[in-house]
Design a protein around this ligand. Sequence first.
Ligand code: RIB
Length: 300
Amino acid sequence: MKRTVVVGSVNRDYTFLLDHLPDRGETILSRRSYSSTGGKGANQAAALSKMGLEVAMIGAVGADEPGERAVEALAAYGVSVDHIIKKNVPTGSAFICVDKNAHNTIVVDPGANGALSCEDIDSAAQVIAEADFCLMQLEINLEVVAHAAEICREHGGKVVLNPAPAQKIPDELLSLTDYLIPNETELALLTGCEVNCHTAVAAARRLTDRGVKAVIVTMGEEGSCYVDGRQDFFIPAAETSAVDTTAAGDSYIGAFLSALSRGYEVRTAMEFASLAASITVSRQGAADSIPLLEEVERLL
Ligand code: RIB
């Protein structure tokens, strides 16, 4: 079986279910609130493990209750947590507002995620060297991501980068990236282009021109599109009834990579990923809402 390592964030999510997202200067009451394990790194590691992959996570939490609960939750999903280290900084937290149309806004306080260092990556270098895929996001420092990408590529692995939250990425890191998986907002920030389903291919091509091997743009209910130096194609989103779009992208990415690892063609892996995301958005929560492999297979 192919091995995947996730180098990324672990958060405690505090979710507020609202009628509408607050306007500037507005105070509103939530209909309900709850907390759960999240973080793009943790969610993607959970997705990979739930979909049957062997996955190790490299990350950082604080020496606190949210950190302990997150590590326990990841271990329960089957993720190897030996390289999630404890820092003297609180566990990262995310404040998520979800409106009645299932749209969300998220504010992240990186906490311990921001303390993950290149030295920590060196201590876990063997895990990266042995992985077929190294999956990362941008809730940890960019130089840490670049360092892990170098180790992965030196040992013949493939680098998969979800550039979230969006920020500028240097060309050196782009050229180490085999699959870049942004959403429309992230692609717009990376390229300076306005991105919608009509312009996504042209915008993504700017990044393949800068050295990324392939770009997959996730566009929620508009579907997703694939672009590399030779071809591009579009995959429609699977039908669903959304209640909370948190972790939709995370489950898409985990499912895509798990399908690729099982030998699916990219196009079929994207269709599989759309089905996984359609289940995730029909449930509340982040890591918890991501489906198991058999749940997705039932929809095939
Ligand atoms: O992608 C969803 C995740 O973004 C949430 O779980 C939250 O922790 C933020 O990192």
